[in-house]
Write a protein that binds this ligand. Structure first.
Ligand code: ATP
Ligand code: MG
Length: 397
């Protein structure tokens, strides 16, 4: 009997799309899978069928890499065989022999597509019978089984597996445009960036380096966040623009009402991010802002921040509880147990929770804002985070 180990990839939402969009998404997905495996130097061949991708090679190495690719619901290490029930049953039996014991609650989940001669139920029954002969006295329990075997009869062959590794879901990276995230040393913004990547958006990042105004751990933590995020877009790289925030801070703290420092700062960050986005053809600015988290994130203050730029500001974490954000942050690897000093020296004792737009604008008029923005954007240093490393890219003058 012909039998081969493969990694089977299941895709979710793609099947809601029209044929041409589906094609384009599948192309992006397979490209991302190949890039991830090539980055790890894992030899593989890939076959694509309606709704399924089969990857041949070292399945134990391939499965965990592929389960990190966006747009995939789950991944299984499976055996492929012919679509003859006898062959599928023998293969299923091999799985069962390793894990099924008499008395266990057991289910066979069978599916059939474009194969005639039997129904899914008949197929499940045939397979259960063959297993029963070798491992009798299991208890069929379709609602709450302790052990399940999945069998799919397709026109191109049979697929048998007993485990599903949960993927990330979302959409293939590269299918939803480009955006820039304001990436800090904190917990929120890397999670916000990851959530955008998960929905298919190619991300770049801007970190505003407060220099002597910021805690000493800030810069290296932000760079580390970019580095870790880059492991989620293997082979592609994540540009990180590091902007010197000192000139703005010096000017702003010398001239403007410090009650509103955090608002001036956030509005300035947005403007710089917008400048970088415009130069690099990106469609939105993403932040880790979260409703009610700090004074600058009241609904009213976020409105004033929103009004600072024309590009859309996306806030994927707007309604998340901190615990939910931390859970994602731990999962994606950006959670730092002991981050060190990342405090900002410019934060006033009692930052404003409500700020009138007109007042903020009239304070900002005390500064040469256009010049400060332009200088900040043009003096930004470009770093590239790629496959878990980060290096500076020297641009031609
Ligand atoms: P985070 O929210 O990422 O945990 P934080 O709590 O230090 O960082 P906040 O004061 O909550 O920052 O800022 C709100 C958002 O502003 C951040 O989520 C991030 O998108 C952006 N931001 C803050 N500081 C910086 C910075 N130094 N460089 C770039 N973006 C920043
Ligand atoms: Mg925050």
């Amino acid at each position: 009997m012909e039998q081969n180990t493969a990694v089977m990839v299941r895709i979710g939402e793609l099947w809601l799309k029209s044929e041409p969009v589906k094609k384009q998404f599948m192309l992006a997905l397979t490209r991302n899978i190949k890039a991830a495996l090539d980055t790890q130097e894992i030899p593989h061949t890939l076959e694509e069928y309606r709704g399924r991708i089969l990857i041949y090679g070292d399945a134990e190495r391939i499965a965990p890499v592929v389960s990190r690719i966006f747009g995939i619901v789950d991944v299984s290490i499976c055996e492929t065989t012919t679509n003859r029930p006898e062959d599928m049953a023998q293969t299923a039996l091999k799985f069962a022999e390793k894990k099924l014991k008499s008395g266990m609650r057991f289910a066979v989940r069978a599916r059939r597509q474009h194969v005639s001669g039997f129904t899914s139920q008949q197929l499940a029954g045939m397979i259960a019978d063959v297993i029963w002969e070798k491992i009798p006295d299991f208890v069929v329990d379709l609602d709450d089984p302790e052990y399940e075997i999945f069998v799919e009869a397709r026109e191109y062959g049979g697929i048998v597996y007993d485990e599903r590794i949960t993927g990330q879901g979302g959409l293939p990276l590269g299918t939803a445009g480009r955006a820039v995230v304001l990436l800090s040393a904190g917990i929120d913004s890397p999670v916000a960036a990851w959530l955008m990547m998960k929905r298919g958006v190619v991300m770049s990042a801007v970190f505003m380096d407060g220099g002597r105004w910021a805690g000493p751990a800030t810069r290296s933590l932000a760079m580390d966040n970019a580095r870790i995020l880059s492991t989620w877009c293997p082979g592609r790289g994540l540009p990180l623009w590091i902007v010197n925030l000192e000139p703005f801070f010096d000017a702003m703290t010398a001239s403007c009402d410090q009650h509103y420092t955090c608002l001036f700062c956030k509005r300035f960050m947005m403007r710089v991010a917008e400048g970088v986005a415009e130069l690099n053809k990106m469609e939105a600015v993403v932040s880790g802002e979260n409703l009610g988290q700090v004074a600058s994130q009241t609904l009213q203050n976020m409105g004033v921040i929103t009004a600072s730029i024309k590009l859309p500001i996306l806030r994927p974490l707007l309604t998340y509880d901190k615990e939910e954000t931390i859970a994602i942050s731990r999962k994606i690897g950006t959670y730092h147990e002991s981050p060190g000093n990342t405090g900002c020296l410019a934060v006033p004792k009692k930052p404003a929770t409500r700020s009138a737009q007109e007042l903020i604008e009239s304070e900002e008029h005390k500064l040469d804002m256009d010049k400060l923005i332009q200088e900040a954007v043009l003096s930004a240093k470009l770093w590239i985070a790629k496959d878990g490393e980060i290096f500076q890219k020297i641009l031609n003058e």
